[in-house]
Design a binder for this molecule. Structure first.
Ligand code: T1G
Length: 698
């Protein structure tokens, strides 16, 4: 096993190099190895200064997230940081890469910090539902003041090394080799030429208690009634850093950390982090290598096509946009240009970057322009016959080995693949709108899709900074299938006695950014109406069907774009008002079916939605449409606004308890068996005392 900490001593300087790929996470072996090496160096008479450095792509990017929720292993990170802080010999940290979380806390314990140009530094713990638990809430405010320290810890966002120098928690930036620079400085310290404390004087921000407490009060006001506890506890710890002696402050921070790390929200946020990375692991690809892709064709320059083209340009690809005629093509290119302008105005893209990207896009009306493309993404309207026609042409004009992808959101990928004449080169790439912003891609693997085509789709997603999730072919893949279950459950409640406004409020209270009916109004009711009409011929007449949505569409209430849907919209506002006309429509539908409305509580709404989503997820898993429960969670969190601090429907079902939810499903099935019947998987897990998370094979 390679040494996780290597030691070298020369000219009175001992350098300890951390080496725990991929990100030098401060797991127990690394903590133990570093504490041992530091103790030895401190006792070594030939060592008069110590440099801490890291091998690989980054200085420690944090504590090891996979250790949380397990029994803590000695030495704990705070103990290691304390050893660094109290070391009797000067310690300099040589920083590079992503110095995050516990990695930054380790660096803060050193006497000096040098960073390589391009280094990012931050304390993202709040995004995991916890707080910096290894001295960060105590040492950082002392170094830079309470206000900037709170800004970093409450946002969880990183800053560049140069900004860290301005703030005062990095001492110098070098564009050379940071380890050599640190060793050179350490040699001067070892030779008595430099005194670290004098070279890097530390202001005492605690001297100005008023400013400190004002920052605490302002932060408390700023977070208001934060949904999660971590922000408030961070502020408490920063206040404690002023009011308590250091040791007590560190103990206070540790207690707060231990409170938070055990909460369901923190567990869910860790689950979300690890699940997004697990989704990229596809054991059934048998190690297939991704094909080389540098030029990509996009067929269709509408909202989706132009968004996809924008995202491809941002990832450095050369793009050819195809539209049916010059007018449509110039409109498509104009959409791409507008997307880039918006990115520049938001500071996400520089002017130079915009010009460079624009030089990589070309437009054409003839598909022959795609003859040299490595991959083509079709993004035309959801018309099966049109898509099949396009794939037949693509199969003819592109060279063998060019991957052909369809952006369909629910149509049959196998039928589209067969139309191309080479189904093994075809895959679904279901982007989410706006494609230049949304991180999720459902990679829909057809019956004939070659493994290296799937591998290429995942490589494309990663290069675009997106998260890909593998899905099998079915109506709606993973996300839209679960969304349909969500809406079916709430439509039943609508007919039984709830109002769309009660349902929206209950689901926002539960954690969704918007309720299902507000979302429908935003997306347009006609899209799901078209789907219902498409499926009408094959619909099972014995299954309960709620026609309220059809009634609204027939009344021209198509949503925001029509000025009215479930809500009414005034001209200048996208905020919907409740509309008695809609309630009247619903009453009429109930009467037509002889339904006597009943009281529906928020709790019932929330429980039914979770049960419906998790049950559809279980069915999706049984059918092999999704590889693991956490893939279902990733799709719903990234694509459909499922609250991240609940971790997705499968994680939330685990947290709620499978037996209770399964019993609710059984109760509901007495009203409507086909929809509510619990999937067999529930009983298989319950009888073995297992949870959905036990199926999340690594
Ligand atoms: N612990 C364990 N594994 C980690 C990890 C971590 N902190 N960070 C990354 N990995 C794994 C990741 O799962 C993946 O594994 C591989 O490294 C590459 O990651 C006490 C309590 C550093 C910016 O929150 O933000 O310190 O899938 O795919 O896109 O106060 O990873 O290859 O097997 O994301 O280049 C605080 C989390 C922890 C940083 C790199 N730190 N990591 O991004 O690669 S809590 C964080 C990141 C803490 C202390 C507190 C990113 C990255 P695999 P990747 P990337």
């Amino acid at each position: 096993m390679t040494e996780v900490v290597r030691r070298s001593t020369a000219d009175g300087v001992t350098t300890l190099t951390l080496d725990n790929p991929p990100v030098n996470a401060l797991g127990k072996d690394l903590r133990r190895g570093l504490l041992e090496a530091l103790t030895q160096a401190e006792a070594d008479p030939d060592t008069r200064a110590i440099v801490l450095a890291a091998a690989g792509r980054t200085w420690p990017a944090g504590a090891d997230i996979r250790e949380f929720g397990k029994p803590p292993a000695e030495p704990l990170l705070p103990e290691l940081c304390a050893a660094v802080a109290t070391c009797t010999k000067p310690v300099i940290a040589a920083l590079h890469g992503t110095v995050f979380g516990g990695g930054l806390e380790l660096a803060l314990a050193a006497g000096g910090r040098l960073a390589k140009l391009g280094t990012q530094l931050g304390l993202p713990e709040v995004t995991l539902g916890i707080l910096p638990g290894a001295g960060g809430t105590q040492r950082l405010p002392r170094l830079i003041g309470a206000k900037p320290a709170l800004g970093l810890m409450l946002s969880g966002l990183p800053v560049a090394a140069e900004r860290a120098v301005e703030l005062g928690f990095v001492d110098a930036v070098t564009d050379g080799d940071v380890r050599s620079a640190a060793e050179a400085m350490a040699r001067k310290i070892a030779a008595g030429e430099v005194d670290l404390a004098r070279k890097f004087p530390r202001p005492d921000h605690r001297a100005d208690a008023t400013t400190w407490l004002r920052a605490v009060a302002s932060a408390r006001e700023g977070i208001g009634k934060a949904r999660l506890p971590a922000p408030g506890r961070i502020i408490d710890c920063v206040e404690a850093a002023l009011l308590l002696p250091e040791e007590e402050g560190l103990a206070y921070e540790r207690a707060a950390f231990e409170d938070l790390v055990g909460t369901p929200e923190a567990a869910a946020l860790r689950h979300a982090f690890l699940s997004e990375r697990r989704a990229a692991r596809l054991p059934d690809l048998g190690g297939a290598e991704a094909r080389e892709v540098s030029t990509v064709g996009v067929v269709g320059g509408g909202l989706m096509g132009s968004g996809i083209a924008t995202a491809l340009l941002s990832a450095g690809y050369r793009v050819t946009l195809i539209e049916r005629d010059p007018t449509a093509l110039s409109a498509g290119l104009a959409r791409v240009a507008t997307n880039q302008e918006r990115a520049v105005s938001k500071g996400r893209l520089s002017k130079a970057g915009q010009e460079e990207a624009w030089s990589r896009i070309a437009g054409a009306n003839d598909m022959a322009a795609l003859s040299e493309s490595d991959l083509v993404i079709e993004a035309v309207p959801e018309d099966e016959e049109l898509k099949q026609r396009i794939f037949a042409e693509l199969g003819a004009v592109t060279r063998p080995g060019t991957i052909l992808a369809t952006n369909t959101s629910y149509l049959d990928v196998n039928g589209i693949a067969d139309a191309s004449g080479r189904p093994e080169d075809v895959v679904g790439l279901h982007f989410f709108s706006p494609a230049q912003v949304m991180k999720l891609i459902e990679v829909v693997v057809g019956d004939s899709t070659a493994p290296d085509v799937t591998a290429t789709a995942f490589a494309l997603a990663k290069r675009m900074g997106k998260i890909a999730v593998r899905a099998g072919v079915c109506d709606g893949f993973i996300g839209n299938r679960i969304l349909t279950a969500y809406r079916t459950a709430t439509d039943f409640l609508l007919e039984d006695g709830a109002s769309p406004y009660d349902i929206d409020r209950a689901m926002v209270e539960w954690g969704f950014p918007k309720g299902p009916y507000a979302v429908l109004d935003m997306a347009g009711l006609d899209i799901s109406w078209a789907r219902r009409k498409r499926l009408a011929a094959t619909r099972d007449p014995t299954r309960r069907y709620v026609a309220i949505g059809d009634r609204l569409c027939e009344a021209g209430r198509l949503g925001q774009k029509a000025g009215k849907g479930y809500y009414r919209y005034s001209d200048d506002s996208r905020h919907g008002e409740e509309d008695p006309e809609v309630l009247g429509l619903i009453v009429a539908e109930r009467q037509a079916k002889g339904i006597v409305p009943r009281q529906v509580t928020d709790a019932e709404i929330q429980t039914r939605v979770l049960a419906a989503m998790a049950n559809e997820g279980a069915r999706i898993l049984e059918e092999g449409i999704a590889a693991r429960p956490s893939d279902v969670d990733v799709v719903m969190m990234l694509g459909y606004g499922f609250p991240r601090w609940r971790g997705g429907p499968m994680q939330a079902a685990d947290a709620a308890g499978l037996l209770g939810l399964r019993n609710h499903l059984k109760d509901y099935a007495r009203e409507e068996a086909a929809f509510w019947q619990p999937a067999q998987l529930w009983d298989d897990l319950i009888k073995n005392g297992r949870k959905f998370s036990d199926l999340n094979s690594e």
